[in-house]
Design a protein around this ligand. Structure first.
Ligand code: DLL
Length: 433
């Protein structure tokens, strides 16, 4: 039977959800107008005042926010409460520009941890479970977010953080961990290491995993589920909006329920900024309607995604977001064609490979070069040249079918591509250098 952490909220009727959103949005707009001069100026420039926002129907009148606003207001220009009300900060792991610093009041932390608790229960967690949190602890939101959620549910929480794979496996076995939380790429690596240690899924006490923080495909889900003998649940979120738990998967494993009592989602055309109709693919935009210390109105996530209002058999009524294809800024344009690393991953896993690969893009004589190094699995490893050539050609064809352009594929020996403990780095784009 499906269990919920907060059934009343998670299974509320559409009328109730709309009522909550209307009330909270009106309050939140007043809050930012009164407390965040930067956003008030943006509203004034757009010719909107709090009086214009009477319900979610008026959401479209509000100006968007993006990474550029965060950079401009660094470090604390978006703070919505007096500093003495702030109890925590987190920060993004961005590689370019200034890091984003997100501030939390105690109320914001409670809301965030409740969202994560909903995810833990939806993945089958209860007081009887041992949850090993192997996302990084510290400025990254993964570790402390899932830790807080797991503790709220009453699970015995193991704050492992990332790294030291052997110790991770030892603790899973010795403490009988039933749920693991980490990035999907690290889950795949854990599975690979356990296999090398001679452990079969039956030797591993885990029953479920809560994986997110990076794009991962359905094929990767199947592969992780098979190697670890678990059910793998997706979880989505971003630092700007709190962290993990903005959306979470239920037993249906078919899209992530957005915590609509705290976040309103829209899909827009990234070029025209027009709000797109139900079911269309576009950029995901979120408005946090009750986060006080670091309010975020119509934040452009850059994640490319679709929303579904279809009824879910789990009983939850929150709308669902599909697995994001990736970020629009991760999308590579190679010889004019849009390529997401997640599409390459799908082809590799369909052909029996693991998601251990690296994409190297360069520009030679004004033409893009597109190389993909793919690790062979130990089972398929061979040094027979004609076998390798045949396998490479099959992959090239599979990729052409998926992407419409030709890549140069090189198969490399097992364990030659660096593993990641957090978000995997799949792309080396030398064209930007
Ligand atoms: O990655 C928060 C998080 C931690 C989510 C642990 C889930 C689990 P940031 O570091 O700010 O926050 O990165 C946010 O990561 O805009 C997406 O591009 C990507 N992302 C997060 N979850 C998913 C997911 C955390 N389930 C950025 N699928 C987001 C695909 C995801 N991409």
């Amino acid at each position: 039977m499906e269990r919920y952490y907060q059934q009343e909220a998670e299974c509320a009727s559409r009328e109730e959800i709309t009522k909550i959103q209307n009330e909270k949005l009106v309050e939140q707009v007043k809050h930012v107008w009164n407390n965040v001069p930067y956003y008030r100026k943006k509203m004034e420039k757009a010719g909107v005042t709090p009086d214009d926002i009477k319900s979610i129907e008026d959401l479209h009148k509000l100006p968007f926010m993006s990474k550029a606003d965060l950079r401009e207001t660094y470090p604390d220009g978006l703070l919505g409460v007096p500093k003495e009300e702030v109890v925590r900060i987190h920060s993004t792991s961005g590689t370019t520009g200034k890091r984003v610093i997100a501030f939390y009041s105690q109320g914001d932390l409670d809301m965030w941890e409740e969202c994560c608790a909903r995810a833990v229960v939806a993945a089958g967690g209860s007081k009887d479970d041992v949850v090993q949190v192997s996302y990084g602890y510290g400025l990254f939101t993964g570790g402390l977010g899932l830790d807080g959620g797991s503790r709220k549910v009453g699970c015995m929480t193991v704050p492992m953080s990332s790294g030291n794979t052997e110790r991770q496996i030892m603790f899973i076995k010795d403490l009988n961990a039933s749920i693991i939380c980490c990035t999907p790429s690290y889950a795949a690596y854990l599975g690979e290491s356990m296999k090398e240690m001679g452990l079969t899924p039956d030797d591993i006490p885990l029953k479920a995993g809560i994986f997110g923080a990076e794009a991962w495909s359905e094929e990767m889900r199947k592969s992780i589920e098979a190697t670890l003998g678990i059910k793998a649940f997706d979880i989505y979120g971003l630092t700007e909006l709190s962290g993990p738990g903005v959306a979470y998967e239920c037993s249906e494993q078919h899209g992530m329920h957005i915590n609509e009592d705290h976040f309103i989602a829209e899909i827009i055309d990234p070029d025209t900024h027009e709000v797109l109709p139900d079911g269309a693919q576009g950029e995901l935009v979120f408005t946090a309607i009750d986060k006080k210390a670091f309010p975020m109105m119509r934040y452009r996530t850059k994640d490319i995604c679709q929303l579904s209002k279809e009824k879910c058999s789990c009983g939850r009524t929150f709308i669902r977001m599909a697995k994001p294809m990736g970020r629009s800024d991760d999308m590579l344009i190679i010889r004019g064609v849009n390529v997401f690393p997640s599409q390459i991953e799908t082809v590799l896993l369909e052909h029996g490979y693991q998601a251990n690969y690296q994409i190297i893009v360069d520009r030679v004589n004004n033409t893009d070069t597109f190389d993909i190094q793919v690790e062979m699995t130990p089972e398929m490893f061979t040094d027979n040249v004609s076998d390798i050539t045949k396998a490479q050609n099959e992959l090239v064809q599979g990729l052409v079918n998926m992407l419409g352009i030709k890549a140069k594929v090189t198969l490399v020996a097992p364990q030659t591509i660096a593993r990641s403990e957090g978000k995997a780095v799949r792309v080396i784009d030398k064209r930007k250098i």
